[in-house]
Design a protein around this ligand. Sequence first.
Ligand SMILES: Nc1ncnc2c1ncn2[C@@H]1O[C@H](COP(=O)(O)OP(=O)(O)OP(=O)(O)O)[C@@H](O)[C@H]1O
Ligand SMILES: CC(C)(CO)[C@@H](O)C(=O)[O-]
Ligand code: BAL
Length: 288
Amino acid sequence: MLVTEQIDALRAVIREHRQQGKRIAFVPTMGNLHNGHLTLVREAKSHADVVIVSIFVNPMQFDRAEDLANYPRTLSEDCALLEQEGVTAVFTPTPAIMYPQGLDTQTFVEVPGISYLLEGAMRPGHFRGVSTVVTKLFNIVQPDIACFGQKDYQQLALIRKMVRDMAMPIDIIGVPTVRAEDGLALSSRNGYLSAEERVKAPALAKVMAWIGNELPSRQDAVPVLVAEASAKLNNAGFRTDAIDIVDADSLLPLSADSHQAVILMAAWLGNRARLIDNLVVNLRTNTR
Ligand SMILES: Nc1ncnc2c1ncn2[C@@H]1O[C@H](COP(=O)(O)OP(=O)(O)OP(=O)(O)O)[C@@H](O)[C@H]1O
Ligand SMILES: CC(C)(CO)[C@@H](O)C(=O)[O-]
Ligand code: BAL
C-alpha cells in the first residue's frame, strides 16, 4: 500500500492502474478511522478494482480554530487499518501541499443554496471548504466512484449537487450510518466524550427516533415537536444546537408536496463534542 503526501506520486500509481483498465474508487476522510470509515472502504471495494483513501484534516472547512487544532490525528493506526482492508494508496497531503498559497487566495468552489442552510448557517464557510477540497481531491484522484457517509446528510446532498452541476463524471455512493450497539452514530468526535458523557450520548439517537415516530401524525405542528424534543435532549444532558425537520430532497421547510422528511440533529455534550445525527421519515401524503 502506497502512503504518500505527494500529488505526483499518487497520480503515477493511479495512472498505472488506469492503463490496465482498472476501475478506481475513492473515499475521502479526515482520518482517526473507525468502523464507519471502514464500511465506506468496503463499499468502495465492492464497486471497483482499486480503492484510494485520502486523510486530510482540511483547514478550510473548520469554523473554529480550536476544533482544527484538537482534531484527532492518528495516521499510523489509520494506515494499519487501511492496509488490512486492501487499500491501494493513501493520500496524506499537508495543508501546504493542498493550499500552497494559503487559504486567502485559494480558488474555491461554492455550491449555492445548500451551503448556507442548516449546518451551513451554524458553521459559516464550512461547506465552501468541503466543496473546494472535495473538488481538488476529485481532480487529483479522478475516480470512477466516490463513497460518502449518510451520517453527514447535508454534505452528501452538497456533493451530489456539485457533481451534477459541474458534470463531474463520478458516481456518488451514499453509505448508511454505522452505529455502536447502543445506537450512537460512530464519529471521530465521539473521542472527545468522557466516560460519563459516552453513557449519555445514545440519547441523541433515541430522541431522534422519538421525533421520527411522532412526526407522521404531527407534521402540521413541527415547531412544537421540535421544542419538546429539544427539552428531552437537554434533560438527557445535551445542549441542543439545532433540530431541523425539512424536506429530505430539497432541505427546505416541509411543504404539502414533501414525501419524506429528514430530521437533522446537532447537540453539544460537554464542551468539546458537538454530535450530529439524522433520520429520514416517510410522511403522510394527500391528507392536507
Ligand atoms: N458512522 C458513520 N457511518 C458511515 N459513514 C460515516 C460515519 N462517520 C463518518 N462517516 C463518513 O466518513 C467520511 C469521512 O468522515 P470524517 O473523516 O469526517 O469522519 P467523522 O467520524 O464523521 O468525523 P467527525 O467527527 O469529524 O464528523 C464522510 O463521508 C462521513 O460521512
Ligand atoms: C469529505 C471530507 C473528507 C472533506 O474534507 C470531510 O468533510 C469528511 O470527512 O466528511
Ligand atoms: N464529517 C464532516 C466533516 C466536519 O465535520 O468537518
